[in-house]
Design a binder for this molecule. Sequence first.
Ligand code: NAP
Ligand code: GDP
Length: 328
Amino acid sequence: MPDVILVTGGTGLVGRGIKWVIENEPEGSRFGKRPGETWIFASSSEADLKDPEQTRKLFQKYKPTHVIHLAALVGGLFKNMKYKLTFLRDNNLINDNVLHTSYETGVKKVISCLSTCVFPDKVTYPLDETKIHLGLPHDSNFGYAHAKRMVDVANHAYKDQFGCNFTSAIPTNVFGPYDNYDLEGAHVIPALVHKCYLAKKNGTPFIVGGTGKPLRQFIYSRDLAKLFIWQLREYDDVEPVILSVGEDEEVSIKDVADAIVKAVDFRGEYSFDTTRADGQFRKPATNKKLLSLIGDFEFTPFQKALDESVQWFLQNYDTARTGVKNST
Ligand code: NAP
Ligand code: GDP
């Protein structure tokens, strides 16, 4: 039977990354499309996965044999701090509907997407796959983090009770083409790219939230896409895999802002608004398990990936998810 791979959240940042890799890597190669595969990239307009009936209809329509489950309510630090209950509820509903419908319709394998936000706030570093449930997540995003953690719990329960091949991936902070550039709701890179673009265009200062001191690991959406495709084809265990650059590749928010200033060629005034939250100071994750399984993998250098992402934003400003199109 040919494989039908349903990518929920297929129109978002990560979903578009997977679509790009599937369409651009040589056919039949490790990350390229394989003969007999059909890839479906679903959006929320096709089915609101918070709704069980719409979820069932989507699965009836495509009859997926495999699911890469990316659909989620997603946002940066400031949005997570403001809408904790919505993040908890919406993501619980989406995840329960997708996993249960996958079980009921006999999907052979599901990979769900978690995040390094799920890890405990107080834990020894580096984070690894065994530490998810060792303590409470950081207060700033506990709604999102708890909903995502429950996917790992559900994966184990589906395996133990029904023998399902459900697993999960844990990416760090992702960026790339087709990101969400909402000024207030987005993650740090797309939010700052948009802010820097506006500062250059309007001759206003470029203001970065917080102190600039926190550290993050970033992964390019097209690199992450390859890792999801690898996991789909070559990894069959319920335990999650951290999909990340090395733990020695943390970057400060100030370094990120500097790189954006360079990529946008912004020459105006630039400062930090220290009244805004810093969030978690750092959450370095190890990619040891990933590298031990995948072998060699070449990550795109950060500045190159950032330049490509900024160029995409500049060329696609009119259609990008900026959230403010009509007000600026
Ligand atoms: P995104 O760009 O905001 O895309 C979200 C996707 O989910 C979109 O395709 C959206 O559909 C879909 N979606 C949202 N609500 C839905 C609903 N109720 N029913 C059906 N589909 C729905 O997010 P992303 O950054 O690609 O995130 C993908 C996955 O990676 C998520 O699970 C997220 O938690 C995880 N992750 C992201 C990051 C990051 O830095 N971005 C980091 C770690 C983990 P529409 O296009 O129709 O709105
Ligand atoms: P996190 O990695 O889950 O914390 O999520 P973010 O991608 O939102 O990154 C948050 C970090 O970037 C915090 O240290 C913020 O203070 C900092 N930051 C600086 N400016 C911004 C901004 O405009 N938006 C966001 N989301 N974060 C910003």
